[in-house]
Design a protein around this ligand. Structure first.
Ligand code: DC
Length: 230
């Protein structure tokens, strides 16, 4: 039964390092990985391509229900929508901004709920997002809320986008992050808040390996041992 499969949820604001840390954890544990932000970004991309405005809840929700999303590549790093690899189109700030807007729509979140739960497969799942521990997998046994200061998150996002060859401006990134954080935190549907039973980790002064080790230390020794042997 899917409910028996362990889930480690990693929620937090944009740029806190959730993606890198979650992928590293999934690899170390040999578990599946769900990048739920990619679902919202892929949906935003499809809506933009079809000229559907982000405010049109019914049409965006219908699109969400139809969309076939898969993760491919060696460690699930490629995102395929209806069989087409759209990974390189999802990183832009515009895509993130539209994703944040459509993510505030109740019908859209509902349409994506079961798609996300379907990723819960043996031997386990690392789920990265905003509401993984609160709404999508409230019964997950292991929950982390990963955060960092706005300045540090903006700095990381700047370096990440620059490495992808995008033309970026730090002040604009700070503004975008602030706006996106506010929308994600203040929305009525599944707002960005730590689950009551989540462990909060501030990654501002930690490197990826330190964060990964802190999270692995939260898991029971039998899981930790298995992962260290592999
Ligand atoms: O993690 P990300 O930046 O790729 O996410 C893009 C947007 O999607 C983010 O602004 C909020 C939304 N999102 C959400 O509402 N719930 C999730 N579980 C994941 C992302």
């Amino acid at each position: 039964m899917a409910e028996m499969v362990p889930v480690l949820t990693i929620d937090g604001p944009s740029g806190a390092g959730k993606g890198t840390v979650s992928r590293a954890l999934a690899k170390r544990l040999g578990w599946h990985f769900l990048d739920s932000g990619a679902l919202y970004r892929a949906l935003a991309l499809s809506a933009m391509a079809q000229g559907i405005p982000p405010e049109d809840e019914d049409r965006v929700a219908a699109l969400a229900a139809q969309m076939q999303l898969e993760f491919g590549g060696q460690s699930g790093e490629r995102v395929l929508v209806d069989g087409r690899d759209v990974t390189d189109l999802l990183a832009t700030e515009e895509c993130g901004r539209v994703a944040s807007k459509i993510a505030a729509l109740a019908k859209v979140r509902q349409a994506l709920l079961e798609k996300q739960r379907a990723f819960r497969q043996a031997p386990g799942l690392v789920a990265d997002g905003r509401d993984m521990g609160t709404v999508v997998f409230p019964d997950a046994p292991y929950k982390v809320f990963l955060t960092a200061t706005l300045k540090e998150r903006a700095r990381r996002r700047f370096l990440q986008l620059k490495a992808q060859g995008l033309d970026v401006n730090l002040d604009q990134i700070i503004k975008d992050l602030e706006e996106r954080d506010r929308r994600d935190r203040e929305r009525k549907q599944a707002p960005l808040v730590p689950a009551q039973d989540a462990v909060i980790i501030d990654s501002s002064d930690l490197c990826v390996e330190e964060v990964v080790d802190r999270i692995l230390a939260l898991l029971p020794p039998e899981i930790g041992k298995r992962c260290c042997q592999s």
